[in-house]
Write a protein that binds this ligand. Structure first.
Ligand code: SF4
Length: 319
């Protein structure tokens, strides 16, 4: 009997990848809330966009809902990392619900900028994706009509504002760095007086993960991105790889991978969106090792050291 040798496959794994500080904090908030208050703890919207994370927290006693009206009286509720419109905490307070806000501090920073700009009387052009919860949350920080959404460079070419001398732009935190630069260039050409945000709104984790994909893309024949289909930053990683001329696929779990897709691939790039845990990367590597003789190498473009503080009440719960 002859033993068929497994084909060779080199894995080039991007770093940084996976969990960012905002996701880590949000998950920790739900876990500590369950510890402090006991199950169930309600969570408005998926705490982060990842099914594995949501299912794991559900198993610990979290109940995920889309709106506060689904939360019964007298139980605590956590708001997701994407942020919520101002009306949501107001509604929770009106109902006497104890709530914990897991909004990423970098999203909250954009919220505060939006408020300040409106106080200054400026109209805001917001660069983002319609319908994303972060966009809904940020629009909900300011009165109706104070902000206009621009999704593409084409939108930026045609957007109409009443007072071009008195406008500003802000962006979603999880956009494509390159696309956003193109959109902002159009806005700045059309509206030379437009006020830019203080510092970059696209967050460090989004930028770093895109840069890490760019760094390995030239050396890969294809790229797998682990992430959810509703995860904005994961989808952007797929686009970054494709723009570097290699085929790329988004998968949620190793079992989603059609092995036939790897035909002819010698070096496979792997990364994970900011809401995908490392365990899913290992799961993928293990599945590949069953079918290929793999070598594995990590390419680190930068080391992340950022962490965010927990809300005060929960820090006390940890001692
Ligand atoms: Fe915060 Fe960026 Fe992570 Fe979103 S991707 S939770 S903005 S650090």
């Amino acid at each position: 009997m002859t033993i068929t040798e497994k084909p060779a496959l080199d894995l080039l794994i991007a770093a940084p990848r996976g969990f960012c500080a905002g996701v880590d904090r949000a998950i920790h908030i739900v876990e500590l809330a369950i510890e402090k208050y006991g199950a169930p703890v309600y969570v408005r919207h998926e705490i982060v966009h990842n099914k594995y994370v949501v299912d794991s927290l559900r198993a610990k006693g979290a109940i995920f809902v889309e709106e506060l009206e689904e939360v019964p009286d007298g139980v605590p509720v956590v708001f997701s990392a994407h942020g919520v419109p101002k009306s949501v905490p107001v509604e929770a307070e009106t109902r006497g619900l104890a709530y914990l806000d897991a909004t990423c501090p970098l999203v909250s920073k954009v919220h505060r900028q939006a408020e300040r700009l409106v106080e200054q009387g400026r109209h805001i052009i917001f660069v983002g994706h319609a319908g994303h919860p972060e966009v809904i949350g940020t629009f909900g920080q300011v009165p109706n009509g104070a902000m206009t959404l621009v999704e593409t460079a084409e939108d930026a070419e045609t957007v109409v504002v009443d007072d071009p001398g008195n406008i500003a732009f802000l962006t979603q935190t999880t956009l494509s760095v390159d696309d956003t630069a193109d959109i902002v260039a159009v806005l700045q050409r059309r509206f030379p007086e437009i006020k830019a945000p203080r510092g970059e709104d696209i967050c460090y984790a989004t930028s770093n993960r895109q840069a890490a994909v760019k760094a390995i893309a030239d050396h890969c024949d294809a790229m797998l991105v682990i992430g959810a289909t509703n995860s904005s930053n994961s989808l952007r990683l797929v686009e970054v790889a494709e723009r570097h001329g290699i085929p790329a696929r988004l998968i949620q779990r190793a079992s989603d991978l059609d092995l036939a897709w790897l035909n002819g691939i010698r070096t496979l790039g792997i990364t994970a969106g900011a809401s995908a845990p490392e365990i899913l990367v290992r799961e993928l590597v293990n599945r590949l090792a069953e079918h290929f003789t793999i070598t594995e190498r990590e390419e680190e473009t930068t080391r992340e050291t950022i962490s965010f503080k927990l809300p005060r009440g929960l820090e006390a719960a940890t001692v």
